[in-house]
Design a protein around this ligand. Sequence first.
Ligand SMILES: C[S@@+](CC[C@H](N)C(=O)[O-])C[C@H]1O[C@@H](n2cnc3c(N)ncnc32)[C@H](O)[C@@H]1O
Length: 291
Amino acid sequence: MSATVPSSGLAAPAPADRVGTPDAQEAFVDGPDAVGAAPVRTAPWGADPYANALRTGRGPLFLRRSDGWLLPLDVERWCSDAGSADLSALHRCEGPVLDIGCGPGRLVAELASLGHRALGIDVSEAAVARTRGLGGAALLRSVFDPLPGEGRWGTLLLLDGNIGIGGDPAALLDRAADLLGADGLLIAETAPVDVDERVRVRLDDGRDGTAGRTAPASACDAEPFPWARIGTPALLRHARAGGWRTAGQWGAEGRTFVSLRRPVRERSARTSSQSAESANSAPVISSQLPK
Ligand SMILES: C[S@@+](CC[C@H](N)C(=O)[O-])C[C@H]1O[C@@H](n2cnc3c(N)ncnc32)[C@H](O)[C@@H]1O
């Protein structure tokens, strides 16, 4: 069976290294690590194919479904400077910014150079190391783990398909609402097609020459994990159901984005107790949290 490679709507410029300012990293370097002994879930994005791709700055790299469907991942673009579509999102950011699934860190570095307090989180050690190498602040942490500044972030970023993290966009929206401050902004990149799907995938570098078949040995070695792909109409439906307000909707360089205002609602019990924990350790971390 031949693989289906859906249009990712992503461009692939040549890789380029960049060095950002160290300010943001200094701002976060101690505090976030002081927030609880959070379990870090490294697999599967902590696995070799992704780490290798980030080390070299290039693919090929795919998300592979068991039926052979392939979603190409744009490693070259992620390892380049922020492009004009990225900037269309970054210029809308307000206050301190949390980049969820920051990857190799081009957005965190660019935000720092634009003068934002910005923190990246990622479950991949290679991604966090590369972000820090650009002078950006980054933590090895899942978005579902306790995080610094819960309930106080000005903007959350879910770009490059990251609305798919966890495989359940509605649950991720709920988590986002707990992280944002009142009236905070979520900027999400959507699939450039009208889709709303939950899948189980593996990372696959296609290096064994089997990309396109249903069961390559290298991909079968890894545990499949949940992922989602969602276009703008479906994301807006989920968001409205959760009480989010649409702040904007735009496209740039074939990519599509949505910005949403946090719903006015009680925070989850989990976040309330996390906030209490954070308050108890305030002397260590208060200066590191979003202002
Ligand atoms: C599609 S890639 C996006 C890359 C990235 N936005 C960039 O600029 O390079 C998804 C990223 O999300 C990270 N990730 C996956 N699950 C995560 C989670 N639960 N919490 C935080 N990051 C996660 C992966 O390690 C990976 O770097």
